[in-house]
Design a protein around this ligand. Structure first.
Ligand code: ADP
Ligand code: ASP
Ligand code: MG
Length: 411
């Protein structure tokens, strides 16, 4: 029998009525003659609420990663059981399984574990017995039998990994928008639905902050050539959504795929450094040694033989970054540091970014008209990123979307 994996996100199982609606959709697929495996997220804001609960009990929940995972996995356990009940009420056999029961084997990295193997023996047995199987998303078990979670948004990754392991024909990700858009449709009203997108572009968009898919889910899909469809859980299935698949990109001309944003960045400007490669290397090595990853870097020589180095880091690493900078300043007499927090990294993904004159000019003209100050920029062959104040994020997305949407490559 053909096998389909369906994943339902938090909003899609957010209320008892929505869970019953999910059950109806699952049962319809089953009655159309398919085996169905369902992966569910925790209901609505359940994961955020569990995190808030932890923070109310202990000042620093991150000091207890194992217990955080024990706590967080309970969210998906609730929705899986309720979904199984709703399906059974409609007259189909269904059983729910935790990540441990489904034998989703991960490494030991609590709160950010990676899947090493999907055994899914029990899932196969239950399918063979004619049952619909509901699997808790976002969780697994390590070889030491510790319960782990895959990182926020990780239910998508559970679903795609299961789909690959079980030989499903496709993985359908049901969510609260009708598909993947050229930008977050809640922020950019003009955003357009993308009918079809290649894995590589989708990985870039997701990594740049497009929340709609967990980047690791797309990477797994790409590695095994598994088609992924993103579609609405709140609309009938005749709405096709977005298909993520292998796709040949435009070779040369500039084409917009989409825009995404990620908040929580800070910029450090170190001034008065010696204008030597050795000094720059020393600064970068000091950051690396402290485990601070530098996102964007740029340097410039300024008068008086000094060099200025600009580094972008995650705000979560800022305290460590400032410690490193303070020590460096002590060692490099005369140097100063200036820190700017509250920045967002806006990324435009497309093709033909390099070698097309005027891409930056077009971006900057649009941002000047929108009154947005840019703090840093970086480019690759298929994207460019700008660092802007968080309160200018929506304006930046809208201005860049308007400027580049005419260069969209339509499927
Ligand atoms: P789920 O709970 O179903 O996993 P998420 O909240 O993780 O849903 O992802 C869906 C949300 O992603 C949408 O509500 C939308 O606001 C946001 N989003 C960000 N970028 C995009 C984009 N390019 N296309 C569609 N949705 C996007
Ligand atoms: N419930 C988890 C989260 O909120 C996993 C997911 O929804 O994908 O991050
Ligand atoms: Mg999600």
């Amino acid at each position: 029998m053909r096998l389909l994996v369906q994943k339902y996100g938090g909003t899609s199982v957010g209320t008892p009525e929505r869970i019953r609606q999910v059950a109806r959709r699952v049962v319809a697929a089953r009655r159309a003659g398919q085996d169905v495996v369902v992966v569910v997220s925790a209901m609505a804001d359940a994961t955020d609420e569990l995190l808030a609960l932890a923070a109310a009990v202990t000042p620093d929940p991150e000091r207890h990663p194992r217990e955080l995972d024990m706590l967080l996995t309970s969210g998906e356990r609730i929705s899986m059981a309720l979904t199984a009940m709703a399906i059974r009420d409609l007259g189909e056999a269904a059983v729910s399984l935790t990540g441990t029961q489904a034998a989703i084997i991960t490494d030991e990295a609590h709160t950010g574990a990676r899947i090493e193997e999907v055994r899914a023996t029990r899932v196969r047995e239950e399918l063979a017995a004619g049952r619909i199987v509901i699997v808790a998303g976002f969780q697994g078990v390590s070889r030491a039998r510790e319960v782990t979670t895959l990182g926020r948004g990780g239910s998508d990754t559970t679903a795609v990994a299961l789909a690959v392991a079980l030989g499903a024909e496709r993985c359908d990700i049901y969510t609260d928008v009708t598909g993947v858009f050229t930008a977050d449709p809640r922020r950019v009203p003009d955003a357009e639905l993308i009918a079809e997108i290649g894995y590589e572009e989708m990985v870039e968009l997701a990594s740049a902050g497009a929340q709609v898919l967990h980047p690791r889910a797309v990477e797994i899909g790409a590695r095994y050539g598994l088609p992924i469809r993103v579609r609405s859980a709140l609309r009938p299935d005749d709405h096709p959504g977005t298909l993520i698949t292998r796709r040949v990109r435009t070779m040369e001309q500039l084409a917009l795929t989409g825009l995404a944003a990620k908040s929580g960045y800070a910029r450090l400007v170190l001034r008065g450094l010696p204008a030597t490669m050795a000094a720059t290397a020393r600064v970068l090595s000091a950051f690396a040694a402290a485990g601070v990853s530098v996102d964007m870097a740029g340097h410039a020589d300024v008068p008086a033989g000094h060099r200025q180095l600009q580094l972008t880091v995650r705000e979560a690493d800022l305290e460590r970054a400032e410690d490193v900078a303070a020590k460096l300043l002590e060692a490099l007499a005369g140097a100063t540091v200036e820190v700017k927090t509250g920045l967002t990294r806006v990324t435009l993904v497309g093709s033909g970014m390099n070698g097309v004159p005027g891409v930056f000019a077009r971006a900057f003209e649009a941002l000047i008209a929108a009154g947005v100050e840019v703090y840093a920029l970086s480019t690759s062959a298929s994207s460019f990123s700008l660092l802007v104040p968080a309160d200018a994020e929506d304006r930046t997305l809208q201005a860049l979307h308007a400027a580049f949407a005419p260069a969209r490559e339509r499927a």
